[in-house]
Design a binder for this molecule. Sequence first.
Ligand SMILES: [Zn+2]
Length: 112
Amino acid sequence: MVKEIKFPIEFKLCPNCGCADTTCRLAYKQEIADKGKGPKMFASSEKKAVPLIDPRSATLTVPTLLEHYDTCAFCGLRYCTKAEIINAGITMQQSGGNLKPFGFPQGKPGLS
Ligand SMILES: [Zn+2]
């Protein structure tokens, strides 16, 4: 029987070769964390934010699915390394008289 899957969901190994290292995690560890320039944290090279409700109907923050993608350090495959749900703030930009969703500034852009 399959257990109910809950967030955050982490994919710790490359689905192609089983390697646990990704290029961004290795780069962050070697250049930042190991040199004391920043805390140990989850790093990914690309993030995709998917608002779970229509951001035009919301104010301030919306529950957002945040998927992290990275590249396998061994075989080069790009794959989803983590999926989590965050509350992302939204900002609106006026454009031609209409308000349009402009972006999802997060607390920690880049590495999280
Ligand atoms: Zn791989």
